[in-house]
Design a protein around this ligand. Structure first.
Ligand SMILES: [Zn+2]
Length: 70
């Protein structure tokens, strides 16, 4: 079995470039909406120019009924 070398970074594989200066944006915070707990807002901020973007991602909580997710 071959050992894969993985970068010693805990950063998510998702890299988001800043829409303003194209620098790599840094993870800032996450928050889930009370109305939709399966959706999580992840905030990324650019350390260069301070631009913030919010990505809304879906996260499965426990057993999610697939029929319920239209
Ligand atoms: Zn920027």
């Amino acid at each position: 079995m071959r050992h894969l070398s993985i970068a010693s970074s805990s950063l998510p594989s998702l890299i988001i470039p800043c829409p303003r200066c194209a620098m790599r944006m840094a993870f800032r915070s996450t928050s889930s909406t009370q109305a939709e707990p399966n959706f999580q807002d992840t905030v990324y901020a650019c350390e260069q120019c301070g631009t913030e973007i919010v990505r809304t991602t879906y996260r499965a909580i426990d057993a999610v009924d697939p029929a319920r997710a239209a």
